[in-house]
Write a protein that binds this ligand. Structure first.
Ligand SMILES: Nc1ncnc2c1ncn2[C@@H]1O[C@H](COP(=O)(O)OP(=O)(O)OP(=O)(O)O)[C@@H](O)[C@H]1O
Ligand SMILES: [Mg+2]
Length: 510
């Protein structure tokens, strides 16, 4: 084999932000033909390191070598010219444009001659080679998240990148789309590309990567061949200790439900029935899991209970009181707390950490006398929550927009779990999505702790292991309906998996 051993060599990279060393003397290499996982907890510095390689940030110290030559990357344009492409967590596509238009966007300005027919042919070939489902003429707004990602990949391939960085690409994908993406990445590697996969999911390392670099607190703590390591070792490298086991000693009181839903019908965004005739009872101290492929009405169900979406038919009782279609603030005041799936939509990025932490609570007299906000109390509470939920931020006056993705998630969780005093029910939609394992473990412990204190938890998740570990019962949702309920002791991955595809189970009544 000829050519350099490394496509990329980063040496001693240092990047400081106000009060944080995001990258502390980090070295990293990428070989042609490999998928290299960059693994680490929220805030470990993964995105920063790759944003430096892509020219978004300039390092404070360190060197970057590409194809054996020392380079100075001043911006994404320099990176692209070197054959480096990056797919960000938030796609950078123009929805009203077609796939082809998005691909060629910006090329004309860079002096490329645009021949549409030729481009369409080339794109069609690439799409076929990778077995994708998009077409050059589809409009981006019509595409699913997985397909939008294909457009981003197509953009990179069309620009003939040899080094491709993906920042947590699976966080927006269904399990099936993830499998397809990994096949694509393997194919890219087999053609000699070097692929960097930023992730905090250990399974992903083992299903697609050749090497793995683990980052912790801004440092590279190890680079390993995937074949020569295992989950336990990677966990310890990532969080600095082994994982704890969840254990709980709670006893359910099933004499009367805290929350009772009967015959709920709720419309989805497209005006079709997203929730169909759903009934269940949730008891004090119970964690009731909802399993299902996302998009089967789970989110709509929780939003409807929280008062954020209209209930067309049916009733919701909280401690026997009808809260159907009440104002969301009234439902919060009644003791229902909601951890939404799309945390970004439920945070105010331009406001500070402290303001975000008490956004809901300051109306609760806890932090306000009539209309005056008691800032001293707000700040004290905020400091406490930042510590308890390990939100990585230099100060509580930092803007939320500056936090890493996982830390915004922690912030919303802290707000929902930490500030509302009389919570009876927690509605949690994918509360650990996007979180690293240590934070996931912490959220699990928080939920179990709340349940032990008598709070009832309705937990939506796509992770069966999470549901089986935490839930007293699991309901499976498919196309808006409950297709079955299992009790702890009856859990069976295959059976639940089948039910997730719509196979019904004889109802176990509660
Ligand atoms: N533009 C910025 N301004 C200030 N601080 C920043 C900025 N970007 C990142 N940081 C901080 O640098 C640290 C590393 O962040 P980074 O985004 O690289 O983490 P990450 O490993 O990608 O985490 P996640 O898994 O949560 O995405 C964090 O403490 C973060 O708050
Ligand atoms: Mg990141």
């Amino acid at each position: 084999m000829s050519g350099p051993e490394y496509l990329v060599e980063m040496r001693g990279i240092v990047k400081k932000f106000p009060n944080v060393v995001a990258n502390d003397n980090v070295s990293f290499t990428l070989r042609p033909g490999e998928v290299h996982a960059l693994l680490g907890e929220n805030g470990a510095g993964k995105s920063t390191l790759m944003n430096i390689l892509y020219g978004i940030y300039r390092p404070d110290a360190g060197e970057i070598w590409v194809y054996g030559k020392k380079v100075d990357i001043r911006g994404p344009r320099d990176a692209l010219a070197l054959g480096i492409g990056m797919v960000h967590q938030q796609f950078k596509l123009i929805p009203v444009h077609t796939v082809a238009e998005n691909v060629i966007l910006g090329l004309r300005e860079q002096g490329f001659v645009i021949n549409e027919r030729k481009i369409n042919n080339e794109l069609t070939q690439l799409i076929q080679r990778y077995g994708w489902t998009i077409s050059p003429n589809s409009r981006v707004w019509q595409l699913s998240a997985g397909e939008k990602q294909q457009v981003e990949l197509l953009k990179a391939l069309y620009r003939k990148v040899r080094i491709l960085i993906l920042d947590e690409p699976t966080s927006v994908l269904t399990p099936q789309e993830t499998v397809a993406l990994f096949q694509t990445l393997r194919k890219m590697a087999s053609q000699g590309l070097g692929v960097v996969l930023i992730t905090h999911k250990l399974e992903e390392v083992f299903s697609v990567a050749d090497r793995v670099t683990v980052m912790r607190a801004g440092r590279n703590v190890a680079t390993k061949n995937v074949k020569e390591t295992n989950i336990e070792e990677l966990v310890e490298l990532m969080i600095g200790r082994p994982l704890l086991k969840i254990s709980s000693t709670r006893s359910l009181d099933t004499s009367k439900p805290v929350l009772e839903a009967s015959g709920l019908v709720v419309l989805g965004d497209k005006g079709l029935e997203a929730v169909r005739n759903v009934s269940f009872k949730l008891y004090r101290g119970e964690i009731l899991g909802i399993a299902g492929v996302s998009g089967n009405g789970q989110t709509e169900l929780l939003e409807a209970i929280a008062g954020l979406r209209k209930i067309m038919r049916g009733k919701v009782l909280l401690d026997g009181v009808d809260i159907t279609n009440r104002h969301p603030q009234k439902i919060i005041d009644a003791g229902v707390s909601y951890i939404p799936a799309e945390v970004l939509r439920y945070s105010a990025p331009e406001m500070t950490v402290a303001e975000n932490l008490v956004l809901k609570a300051y109306r609760n007299h806890l932090f306000a006398n009539s209309l005056m906000i008691r800032w001293r109390d707000v700040n004290r509470k905020a400091e406490e929550l930042v510590k308890a939920f390990r939100i990585v931020t230099p100060t509580i006056t930092n803007k939320v927009a500056n936090l890493s993705g996982g830390n915004i998630q922690r912030l919303v969780l802290a707000r929902e779990l930490g500030t509302l005093p009389n919570t009876k029910v927690i509605l949690a939609a994918y509360p650990t999505r996007g979180l690293d394992i240590a934070s996931t473990e912490q959220i699990h412990q928080e939920l179990v702790k709340r349940a032990e204190q008598g709070v009832a938890v309705l937990l939506v998740s796509e992770e069966l292991e999470e549901l089986m570990a935490l839930s007293d019962r699991i309901m499976v949702m498919y196309r808006g309906e409950i297709v079955g309920v299992l009790r702890r002791g009856e859990y069976d991955v295959e059976e639940i998996g089948l039910m997730m595809t719509g196979v019904k189970r004889a109802e176990v009544s509660a």
